[in-house]
Design a binder for this molecule. Structure first.
Ligand SMILES: [Zn+2]
Ligand SMILES: [Zn+2]
Length: 405
């Protein structure tokens, strides 16, 4: 079915290309189809536009990732129950922050941050790099601890987290991406969780291969008993420790170690979907929306090097460079050192270089214009060095030998 539809569309695409100059075609995004640019240049209606109007699940099943696009006329329906729930959760988190500063034991503060950090690692080291991308392998004990940490975060069960994330990569910034950043910061940050799903998300969600997750009894156990596990690991356990260990009140413990802590980690995770798809540079692939963001990398323990990550999603570092720029990578390296992680996948240096030269936006400090100059003249002058320092990526230059290794 997919094949038939693709062939059916082909003559229209060829006709379209005839109306464009060779230079325009060459400049045309190869990895993502920008619908607005396409419509501007193309006198014929793009074939997928008709399908988008239909707004029913089946219409999307035959489309290829690059053909889905974003239909800006689509009106999303707000799920008020979720919207009010998230609003209340954030109010409670602000109250928790006030208690944290003004009322509770300092040990409770440290505990809340420690739980938050562990749950964050459960998301980045576990849900993201191990389970979603299979960027490395891990023995049972590592997977068990990471699933427990992931449960602490309260970001839905691992199965749904992984499905949504794989779908996000496959259909990035189109209507089939659960948090399509073309719909703005708020939608990609939290709005998608308080809106009814776009029909393309539903249709394409069913096509995501989850067989490895289905075969993992640990993942399926968490899925099956998620509500109970959430109540124990995300709410009760973080709240009970301060009460019985140093006499914190239940009230303070609940609002600091559960409410504030979980909302903080939620927002740090969401920033990867929102800010890291909007504000930053694209040294590896300028045809996609994900960007490099040192701010997001800092708050998300190393997940903000997002242009690289979308270009090379299998790389366990989720960044060009290693643990110095990512706590998560440091943790995986440490696990590997102790034999608790193995088969770490990374991208060969020459492949990164080729991709930067082919699709980068020129902001890469090594493979960009400075690299060409360095290669031809053998040196960089003070202005070049200042440029690199200004780009705040000076660390990349220092780390070049590591990148080669
Ligand atoms: Zn992304
Ligand atoms: Zn990813």
């Amino acid at each position: 079915m997919i094949h038939i539809e693709f062939i059916k569309n082909e003559p229209q695409n060829s006709a379209t290309e005839k109306t464009m100059t060779v230079a325009e075609i060459q400049a045309y995004p190869k990895t993502r189809l920008d619908m607005s640019a396409f419509q501007e240049k193309c006198p014929m209606e793009p074939p997928q536009e008709k399908t988008l109007e239909a707004h029913d699940n089946k219409s999307y099943s035959g489309l290829l990732p690059a053909e889905v696009g974003t239909d800006y006329s689509f009106k999303r329906k707000i799920v008020w129950k979720n919207a009010i729930g998230f609003f209340a959760l954030h109010l409670a988190a602000v109250y928790g922050l006030w208690l944290m500063v003004a009322d509770c034991y300092w040990k409770t503060d440290i505990w809340a941050l420690l739980v938050g950090f562990s749950s964050g690692l459960g998301v980045t080291t576990g849900a993201h790099r191990l389970f979603s991308h299979k960027a490395y392998k891990a023995p049972f004990i590592t997977r068990l601890v990471l699933i427990l940490f992931h449960t602490l975060a309260g970001q839905n069960c691992l199965y749904i987290w992984v499905r949504d994330h794989r779908q996000h990569h496959k259909y990035s910034d189109t209507d089939a991406d659960p948090h399509n950043a073309h719909r703005g910061f708020f939608f990609s940050h939290v709005g998608w969780l308080m809106s009814r799903k776009h029909p393309a998300v539903i249709a394409k969600g069913k096509t995501i291969d989850m067989s490895d997750m289905q075969a993992d009894w640990l993942v399926m156990f968490q899925k099956q008993h998620y509500k109970v596990l959430y109540a124990i690991f995300a709410i009760f356990l973080p709240a009970v420790v301060p009460v019985y260990s140093w006499g914190e009140s239940w009230w303070n413990s609940f609002f600091v170690a559960y409410m504030f802590r979980s909302v903080l980690v939620l927002n740090m995770t969401w920033l990867v979907n929102s800010a890291a798809h909007i504000w930053g540079n694209k040294p590896f692939d300028k045809y996609m929306e994900p960007v490099e963001s040192s701010f997001v990398a800092f708050v998300s323990v190393g997940e903000g090097w997002h242009n690289y990550h979308h270009a090379f999603p299998w790389d366990y570092r989720a960044a060009e460079l290693g643990s110095k720029y990512s706590i998560t990578t440091f943790v995986i390296d440490a696990l590997a050192y102790f034999g608790l992680a193995y088969d770490l996948k990374s991208t060969p240096y020459h492949m990164v270089k080729r991709r930067v030269e082919r699709t980068g936006d020129g902001s890469h400090p090594i493979f960009g214009p400075h690299a060409e100059k360095l290669e031809s003249t053998g040196k960089l002058d003070d202005v070049d060095i200042a440029d690199i320092v200004k780009s705040k990526e000076v660390g990349l230059v220092r780390r070049l030998p590591t990148a080669q290794g």
